[in-house]
Write a protein that binds this ligand. Structure first.
Ligand SMILES: CC(C)(COP(=O)(O)OP(=O)(O)OC[C@H]1O[C@@H](n2cnc3c(N)ncnc32)[C@H](O)[C@@H]1OP(=O)(O)O)[C@@H](O)C(=O)NCCC(=O)NCCS
Length: 268
């Protein structure tokens, strides 16, 4: 698929009661590879997007099958086709309850349950970070590569045009953390969040979320209990539960102790 398929993707999403996430689809289709299956009248009946991070990891997202074509094997066929394109990369995704059994049959295993926290942030800015400038891109990209163990430079180069704001936190010598936020249909998503420790993660989130004044969303792994409690205590309560999954018994590379939130669940 290309960005010309955006309208068809949005119709497919609406059929499954997903929002019209136009900016998000565009961002994903521009930076990744969109795959679709056409129905008898040439209409899009199934979708998936593959985003590669160099050759080491790849994310699958936006897996949808039109409800009238559900349970006919299209979802499984499409994911198998996408997996065939990944050439040895460690493939991961974030699964809804509806998608999880399908992915399990295809050899994905749950690595972590994830909770979506949503609400108006009631805390104050920590004042510990600053707005990133173009000259920070190299430091952000290097730090990101250490933490996720893959080359996300293409994604990060595009993120500044997509995000409302990106902030960095420093230890006096170098950038030790960064975070961004971007506008979705009905809320502002805080992500990614990469930080040296939980305190810096909270500071980055506070410096971003305190500017919003409306619903803010963030996806947090359920093992981050302290962060979840802090978010809940600041108006962002846990809602929908999903599962992070990785294919073929692999483990994601990098230093995940410094990884606090994805750019979006579609991208890691
Ligand atoms: C999740 C989703 C993509 C699955 O797509 P799908 O095309 O229905 O998937 P498949 O047909 O390959 O497999 C689904 C089920 O149908 C069964 N099935 C497949 N072919 C079949 C056939 N010919 N006859 C009967 N059942 C069949 C599969 O065994 C599977 O069974 P299970 O649900 O009991 O495990 C689809 O339900 C969807 O779009 N859901 C909403 C959006 C969503 O949550 N997407 C996942 C994001 S992570």
């Amino acid at each position: 698929m290309t960005t010309d398929d955006l309208g068809a993707c949005l119709r497919l999403a609406e059929d499954r009661q997903w929002g019209r996430e136009e900016r998000k689809w565009l961002f994903l289709l521009q930076g990744g590879e969109g795959y679709g299956i056409l129905g008898p009248e040439g209409e899009l009946v199934a979708s998936a997007v593959l985003t590669r991070y160099g050759t080491r990891t790849a994310a699958i997202s936006m897996v949808l099958v039109a409800s009238r074509h559900g349970r006919q094997g299209l979802g499984g066929r499409l994911i198998r086709h996408v997996l065939d394109q990944t050439r040895g990369a460690t493939v991961f995704l974030n699964a809804t309850g509806a998608g999880r059994p399908l992915y399990e049959r295809l050899g994905f295993r749950v690595t972590s349950p994830v909770a979506m926290h949503l609400g108006t942030f009631t805390g104050e800015a920590a004042g510990a970070s600053r707005v990133a400038v173009p000259e920070d891109l190299k430091a952000i990209t290097d730090l990101d590569a250490e933490v996720v163990g893959a080359d996300r430079s293409a994604l990060l180069a595009r993120l500044s045009g997509f995000a409302e704001q990106i902030r960095v936190i420093e230890d006096g010598r170098r950038v030790t953390g960064y975070a961004g936020m971007w506008r979705n249909v009905t809320n502002t998503v805080v992500g990614p969040v990469i930080a040296a420790d939980p305190q810096d993660a909270r500071r980055l989130i506070a410096d971003l979320a305190s500017q919003v004044g409306g619903p803010v969303r963030i996806e947090v792994e359920e093992c981050r209990r302290e962060l979840a409690e802090w978010l809940t205590g600041h108006g962002m309560v846990a809602g929908m539960r999903t599962s992070d999954m990785v294919a073929g018994g692999r483990v994601l590379p990098g230093d995940r102790t410094r990884y606090f939130a994805p750019v979006m669940s579609a991208l890691g």
